[in-house]
Design a protein around this ligand. Structure first.
Ligand code: HAM
Length: 418
């Protein structure tokens, strides 16, 4: 028996309504904010992620699914959406469009991580990206979109954490301060963080190891090292969030795992789904478009993990009710009746109602059992007598009430099942 690859999952028909619920809400909320959908390839040139996401990140160093195609090109299954979309807007001349350019997407992503609840190797994101707006109002708007969606799907047990990680002007000073702090406390750090000390000391701040966490508590904070512009940006963002009535916590440990971020970073965290508690992560990335060969165009966005949203809705009893019903099941006895059932089913479906008939020549008893399993609201039984007389009994499965109907009078039948 061939099994699915480790860290992947099937989304079964009974779960699909939850996915569709989130997708529909996300499309609706995105539309309200003026965002339009974009779709980009599932694989990209490896170099895009090396340059965009950053060579020193865990994602690029340890987690990418990279392969050579038959022509020897190095390609990578996208570990996230932001770099591919930045590439797409440059390549398609969208950097000259009316700004801000506002995009959203649903994508599957691939990261070679240790699977656990809420963390898989193939996972799905809903994300948004906004280009060409550098103001703190743009930051507030993007955060507000995420907040509206979480509210709209009913996820209330959630906290917004925000931070500023500075810009290329002030980050080197902060990095140096962090480095000397961790150098002085190097011994107890985990091996991964010892390595991060050289390559990316900021990543030590969100290490999950309890010892590293303890040491990180007293580390220098980003906002103590922000330049005047970054500081003013952060203050204005806070004022905007207050004006929008969006509660937040300033959390100096939010540093995010991807290199492209500048200034604002944020996460929505829920206590209800265990260790993988970040349902949404995002931030500003004003240098990314230029870094991968485009003009100097600012960007800000976020992505939400759809599995984590579903887990959180499940944990708080907020999953929407699912509806597997069929409106009418037509049971038939004999070939002629089966043919008549097909014709009636066609007419019922043309009226946008859900209808099924017997396709496997089962006994009447077995057909009724199937109708019951499919949650049929009504059944109609057709045999030789019904075909001859043109009259059949329509049964309301909930009340057991039976009504004689003229099977040639489709509008009358429809009016009874509507
Ligand atoms: P990220 O924090 O790497 O950011 O991922 C965003 C969200 O995707 C996470 O908060 C989480 O909900 C979900 N996620 C990440 N990895 C996994 C996984 N292995 N299994 C299940 N869910 C996962 C980004 O990807 C950025 N591109 C977000 C962004 C957009 N920043 C600016 N624009």
């Amino acid at each position: 028996m061939i099994q699915k690859p480790k860290g992947t999952f099937d989304i079964l028909p009974e779960e699909i309504p939850y996915w569709q619920f989130i997708e529909q809400k996300a499309r609706k909320v995105s539309r309200r904010f003026g965002f339009r959908e974009i779709r980009t390839p599932v694989f990209e040139a490896t170099e895009l992620f090396q340059r965009g996401v950053g060579n020193t990140t865990d994602v690029v160093q340890k987690e990418m699914y990279t392969f050579e195609d038959r022509d020897g090109r190095s390609l990578t299954l996208r570990p996230e959406g932001t770099a591919g979309i930045a590439r797409a807007i440059i390549e398609n001349g969208k950097c000259g469009d009316a700004m801000p350019l506002k995009l959203f997407y649903f994508i599957n992503c691939f990261r070679y991580e240790k699977p656990q609840a809420g963390r898989s190797r193939e996972f799905w994101q809903f994300g948004t990206e906004m280009y060409g707006a550098e103001t703190p109002e743009a930051d507030a708007e993007v955060i507000s979109l995420a907040h509206s969606l979480l509210k709209e799907i009913g996820l209330t047990e959630i906290t917004l954490h925000i931070n500023s990680i500075g810009c290329p002007n002030c980050r080197p000073t902060y990095r140096a301060a962090l480095k000397s702090y961790f150098e002085a406390n190097k011994e107890p750090l985990c091996d991964t963080c010892k390595g991060r000390l050289e390559t990316n000391p900021m990543r030590i701040l969100d290490c999950k190891s309890p010892i590293c966490k303890e040491i990180a508590k007293n580390a220098p904070k980003t906002f103590e090292h922000l330049c005047a512009d970054c500081s003013a940006h952060m203050d204005a963002l806070c004022a905007n969030l207050n004006a929008l009535n969006i509660p937040y916590e300033i959390d100096p440990n939010i540093v995010r795992g991807l290199d492209y971020y500048t200034r604002t970073v944020f996460e929505f965290i829920t206590p209800v789904i265990g260790a993988q508690s970040t349902v949404c992560g995002g931030g500003r990335y004003d240098g990314l478009v230029k870094e991968i060969g485009g003009p100097n165009l600012s960007g800000i966005g976020f992505a939400m993990g759809i599995t984590r949203l579903i887990l959180a809705l499940e944990a708080t009893g907020k999953l929407p009710a699912t509806d597997y019903e069929t409106d009418l099941y037509i049971a038939s006895m004999g070939k002629d009746a089966a043919k008549a059932a097909l014709t009636i089913a066609g007419a019922v479906r043309d009226a946008d109602l859900r209808c099924e008939s017997d396709l496997v020549s089962r006994s009447l008893k077995a057909q009724m059992k199937y109708a019951d399993k499919k949650g049929a609201r009504f059944t109609l039984i057709l045999g030789d007598n019904e075909l001859l007389s043109g009259k059949a009994n329509l049964k309301n499965m909930k009340t057991s009430e039976q009504t004689e109907v003229d099977i040639r009078n489709i509008p009358a039948l429809l009016s009874l099942i509507r």
